[in-house]
Design a protein around this ligand. Structure first.
Ligand SMILES: *Cc1c(COP(=O)(O)O)cnc(C)c1O
Length: 240
């Protein structure tokens, strides 16, 4: 097996073990292999090892990469979506993880009507109230949900968080608990299901699963260290 194939098998086993430890069915947790900055050959290797769901965080990079891979690969957008990239992103992604403002959701709704699309999305919650980060605060989310529910072309499937880096995986637990509680409160107050919680990365996904993650976004633990900030079609020639 290839190195990334080995690491994929390890990550899958660790996901299953964390789920069982938490009394959950491992099939409730979907692995999104974060392939941003990885060249298409690296993605193809993971695809051939039997994993088909990938996460990209730049529309431009994804637009160049996706056509180079077999169509059985499926894609989620896990980055910060800029308004001027929304239209190009629709046909590429099944789910948008990090929708971080009413303005972006509104623009998605408007462009989806034009494009005949019905995008599914998760709202990003800024749990540590870091001003440098994108996202709704838990309070603003409750205030703005009425507006969001009025957008009839978009489906809000749950919440996503990208907590500040913690020295240990345990350090992230309080944020994962907070995201789950925010979801539970919204769901109860508004009477709507918000089934998905996208939380947990290479260093802390076990804890995220223990706290209810349904989507984990894992890059390094599968692909190894990222060697560049992004992948560009020409960079693969320059780098080798
Ligand atoms: C890159 C990325 C990940 C994966 O990070 P790793 O530490 O490599 O597992 C997860 N979520 C988002 C939003 C990312 O951009």
């Amino acid at each position: 097996m290839t190195e990334s194939g080995d690491r994929l098998a390890q990550v899958r086993a660790t996901i299953a073990a964390a789920a069982i430890r938490a009394g959950r069915d491992p099939s409730e947790i979907e692995l999104v292999a974060a392939s941003k900055a990885q060249p298409p050959e690296a993605v193809a290797e993971v695809l051939e090892a039997g994993h088909a769901l990938f996460g990209e965080s730049r529309v431009q990079e994804a637009r160049a990469k996706i056509p180079l891979l077999p169509s059985r690969a499926r894609w989620h957008f896990i980055g910060h979506l800029q308004k001027n990239k929304i239209r190009a992103a629709f046909p590429l992604f099944e789910l948008f993880h990090g929708i971080d403002s009413v303005a972006v959701a509104s623009e998605m709704n408007r462009l989806a009507a034009e494009a005949g699309a019905f995008p599914r999305l998760l709202l990003e919650v800024n749990l540590a109230a870091e001003s440098s980060k994108f996202g709704f605060t838990p309070d603003s989310l409750l205030r703005e949900f009425d507006t969001l529910l009025g957008f009839d072309r978009i489906a809000i499937d749950g919440l996503m968080a990208l907590p500040p880096p913690a020295p240990t995986a345990e350090g992230s637990r309080k944020y994962f608990v907070q995201l789950r509680e925010t979801r539970d409160r919204l769901s109860r107050t508004l009477g709507i299901p918000l089934p998905h919680l996208s939380m947990g990365m290479s260093t802390d996904y076990q804890v995220a699963i223990e706290e209810g993650a349904t989507l984990v976004r894992i890059g390094t633990a599968i692909f190894g260290e990222r060697r560049a900030k992004s992948w560009k079609p020409t960079a693969s020639f320059d780098d080798t």
